[in-house]
Design a protein around this ligand. Structure first.
Ligand code: GAL
Length: 408
């Protein structure tokens, strides 16, 4: 079901439409023409209660005044470009220095501040809205007239699929991402430090004090950057480690394992134990910036007057690596004239039914076993397991199930 309303008007008098799309499970998202911002994502918890799990504002003016990119699509080049300059085909381009000496998220006139055009659609795998933008030759200092579209599809599998497409009439660089801040306990529930993150990554791209990549990859093993096993965001966020200090917490690009251009990968998960909500992030891009909202300051009140203070949301910005145009050793963000830019990112939401979740968490297999005795139908159990526990725990659960069956 799709509903279209007027969200508000920009300060120069342009009307901004909002779309709300709901699937068969009662999950919904809303997005507006301003910045192609995702304003709301309502997801159920283990008791069937809905909460809005992204930070956002109630008015266009708040989005106009925001400098934290809440929910927006950022571009033409998401993340940083060192010294705000790059050379392409022998020509040097100068960009805005809007982050100290560097360029961030497209500069002072980012795509998050534009009014995009829109159309809604209903397709076989879901419904949604597509936002379109023309970025003229020379816009923000980049070469080439770039025409882009961002398509949000909500499926009945609780996936929000984001497809970015585009084409430029000259060689250029392009790196589009979504800057939603997630808080699976609800956008107004305080910090995300107890929420658990898992990342499909063994390396980060090392950053300097200004968050510019050095070109070096750092092995995460034995460091606070290691999320190869699920870990709470807050456990090591203030550790005495040079990368953490440079980023004032987590604000780094993780190198996605087994990246292959065009191939979708499970990249990250975020989980809130108390509510049972879990999110999986899939992308075909080589990197993901995990940003723990270190610079949020509640300067502007959020939806329903919520206070978005430091670390009350976490972003998973799927991307080409920061400053990759100046680092030939990194996957290239160059978009050739006339070639299609096409990348996909999926945020998928899962509800953990709470049957095994906490027991598995505490390694309390006896408690789990005694509950399992009452579940004889393998199909039900398999589904429940699939929804509730990680791949690693699946083996343990299967063995436990076998034991429970035999001990009957
Ligand atoms: C993130 C970036 C942070 C910060 C933030 C906006 O994408 O990694 O360093 O600039 O955007 O406040």
């Amino acid at each position: 079901m799709i509903k279209q309303t007027v969200f508000g008007t920009t300060k120069d008098g342009r009307e901004v439409k909002e779309y709300t799309v709901e699937n068969a499970n009662g999950m919904s998202f809303s997005a507006i023409e301003f910045g192609a911002v995702i304003t709301r994502i309502f997801v159920k918890d283990k008791n069937g209660e809905l909460a809005d799990v992204v930070l956002g504002f109630d008015s266009v003016q708040d989005y106009e005044n925001d400098d934290t990119y809440l929910g927006a699509v950022v571009g033409r080049y998401a993340n940083r470009i060192g010294n705000a300059t790059f050379t392409l085909n022998g020509v040097e381009y100068q960009l805005d220095k809007n982050d100290n000496n560097n360029h961030l998220h497209g500069g002072y006139n980012g795509y998050e501040k534009r009014v995009w055009t829109s159309e809604n659609f209903t397709e076989e795998n879901g419904e949604g809205v597509k936002f379109m933008l023309v970025s003229e030759d020379g816009d923000q200092g980049y070469p080439g007239k770039l025409e882009i579209a961002v398509k949000y599809t909500l499926t009945n599998n609780n996936e929000l699929i984001i497809e970015y497409t585009g084409m430029s009439d000259k060689d250029t660089i392009c790196n589009l991402t979504n800057h939603s801040y997630f808080n699976l306990a609800g956008h107004d529930s305080g910090d995300v430090l107890n929420q658990l993150v898992w990342l499909n990554s063994d390396f980060i791209t090392e950053a300097d004090e200004a968050s510019i990549t050095t070109g070096k990859l750092v092995d995460v093993k034995g460091t606070p950057m290691d999320f190869t096993t699920e870990t709470a965001i807050g456990d090591r966020i203030d550790a005495d480690y040079y990368q953490i200090k440079f980023g004032a917490g987590y604000d780094h690009n993780w190198v996605i394992k087994s990246y292959e251009k065009g191939k979708m990968n499970l990249t990250a998960t975020l989980r809130d134990k108390a509510s049972g909500r879990k999110m999986e992030v899939y992308t075909d891009l080589p990197g993901v910036q995990v940003y723990s909202g270190n610079f949020l300051k509640a300067r502007i009140p959020g939806k329903n007057q919520a206070k978005y203070t430091r670390r009350t949301g976490v972003c998973f910005e799927t991307q080409y690596y920061p400053d990759s145009i100046n680092k030939p050793e990194f996957p290239s963000p160059v978009l050739k004239a006339g070639e299609e830019y096409k990348t996909t990112t999926i945020y998928k939401f899962i509800v953990q039914l709470g049957l095994f979740g906490d027991d598995m968490e505490n390694n309390n297999f006896f408690a789990m076993l005694s509950r399992m005795k009452y579940i004889n139908r393998w199909g039900l159990m398999r589904n429940t397991i699939h929804e509730n526990i990680s791949e690693h725990s699946l083996d343990v659960a299967i063995i436990a199930h076998a034991l429970a069956t035999f001990s009957n």
